[in-house]
Design a binder for this molecule. Structure first.
Ligand code: BGC
Length: 469
């Protein structure tokens, strides 16, 4: 068990807050940000096929640019959103993010020339990066501890659903080759996110940090059982005061937080370097190169997207029952099995698969995606919303989120080159090896946070770090 946060097991099956309709609505509205994250990262794979119709020949580099500039924008968005969320509040940051989404996707849909489209992908990326950190942060702060795992992971469910919807939209619009509509449709959930968020309250934690306890009490009165409100305000107040001398990002460098920051950043990097987006973005390419017809490659891709959504639902069901660590460790082990299976299939059958080999490779990919979806997918975003004290939460989440997008970018741009350099089998064995390293790290360093209030996590984390220092 991690010694960074030594959290005793105080899980209360009967306590820790009842969930009210208001909390579920707040989480569902905010999770539209996750839907846009998934949709905008997924939609480009199909849209790419039709851009030439409007812009003439596009080189491989042009295609890489339009795909991966979103990831660069996302790192920038995650940086900006961390600062904004502290300064103007979580809710207002989500509303601004929704506005950037609307502008970005409509501009993409109307692009007159290719460089304009590339620029809009950067803008959409800024919104995606901002949503990717502020959505789990906001839900984590409004959710009662007993259901926090499930509610924060609504976001991951929305991400995976967004990816699946984008595949289906791409497939549905492929006969009309209407790439503009593929991009533009995202304006609908973006407008709903902005409008929906206008009806929601600000995060109680942020309000307490601003000294606005009265408003925080009103918000908590809607989100918690009556007897829980005062205790939560007290803990939040105490934590805010304790943290007052070490405000802002400077506090992150204090020894007691450095360990937690390392956990967030390494989980972020491991979530990406274990290869998930090579499958999410390139599965059709990989499968058609391996000898599949394009329609069976697309079908396998949709099945993979379905498994991703389905296993995320299983995670949501289990996270607050069995805890984060069990899912993280078993899911990551499953990823090793899936990746090794795919690697072995390519090793034995060569880069072109037929019959049984093809079936085993697809089964391996599905095991891999399903295992990611039940563990590392949701648990990374959940953990970074839980383990940081409120005064540095936004800065710390923003650093972990930037690390996630930067690692995503590095893997995405190098994947096709890697396949050429070390073959399909070599690439999958490399991912499998990195996943074994990730598993060992998670086993030793990642704490259990199930069932505790964020205030409790914060207090116990500070005590444990104090003891270790
Ligand atoms: C990751 C994304 C990935 C998605 C796939 C998320 O948790 O951060 O990079 O595309 O899961 O489901």
């Amino acid at each position: 068990m991690a010694d960074i946060i030594d959290l005793p097991d105080t899980t209360r099956r009967d306590g820790g807050g009842g969930t009210s309709r208001a909390v579920v609505v707040a989480s569902a509205v905010t999770a539209l940000g996750g839907l846009l994250f998934g949709y905008d990262t997924g939609v480009v794979s199909g849209a790419l096929l039709f851009l030439q119709k409007s812009f003439g020949h596009l080189s491989a580099f042009d295609r890489e640019l339009v795909t991966s500039l979103l990831l660069v924008g996302a790192a920038v968005g995650a940086l900006g959103a961390g600062r904004l969320a502290d300064r103007i509040g979580r809710r207002t940051t989500v509303i601004l993010t929704a506005a950037v989404f609307v502008v970005g996707v409509l501009a993409a849909a109307l692009s007159p020339v290719f460089p304009f489209l590339v620029a809009t992908r950067f803008v959409i990326g800024v919104a995606v990066g901002s949503a990717s950190m502020v959505v789990p942060m906001y839900i984590g702060e409004v959710a009662p501890p007993r259901y926090r795992g499930a509610l924060v992971s609504f976001n991951q469910l929305a991400i995976t659903s967004g990816i699946l919807v984008s595949y289906l939209v791409d497939y549905g619009l492929s006969s009309s080759q209407n790439w503009r509509l593929m991009f533009g449709l995202a304006a609908i959930p973006a407008a709903l996110l902005g409008a929906g968020m206008l009806t929601q309250s600000e995060s109680p934690q942020w309000l307490v940090a601003q000294g606005r306890d009265g408003e925080a009490r009103d918000v908590l009165a809607r989100l918690r059982r009556p007897e829980e409100v005062e205790r939560e305000i007290e803990v939040l107040d105490r934590n805010t005061k304790a943290a007052e001398e070490e405000l802002g990002s400077r506090a992150l460098l204090a020894p007691k937080l450095r360990g937690l920051l390392t956990v967030g950043v390494l989980m972020a990097v491991f979530q990406q370097v274990t290869g998930i987006n090579t499958v999410i973005y390139y599965a059709p390419t990989l499968l058609s190169n391996a000898g599949f017809g394009s329609s069976s490659a697309l079908l396998a891709n949709v099945v993979n997207g379905g498994v991703n959504v389905g296993m995320t639902i299983v995670a949501i069901w289990l996270l607050d029952r069995v805890g984060r660590r069990v899912l993280l460790l078993s899911g990551t082990s499953g990823m090793v099995v899936g990746l090794t299976t795919v690697g072995l299939t390519f090793l034995i059958g060569g880069d072109h698969l037929h019959g049984g080999g093809a079936v085993v490779a697809i089964a391996g990919l599905l095991v891999y995606t399903g295992s990611f979806a039940v563990g590392l997918g949701p648990v990374f975003w959940l953990m970074i919303s839980e383990i940081y004290p409120s005064n540095v939460r936004a800065s710390a989440m923003s650093i972990a989120t930037i690390a996630n997008w930067a690692a995503n970018f590095a893997v995405t741009v190098s994947f096709l080159t890697l396949l050429n350099a070390i073959t399909n089998a070599g690439t999958f064995f490399l991912f499998a090896g990195l996943t074994v390293v990730a598993l060992a790290y998670f086993a030793v360093r990642v704490p259990e946070t199930k069932g505790r209030t964020l205030g409790d996590v914060e207090e116990r984390g500070a005590k444990a770090a104090g003891r270790a220092a």
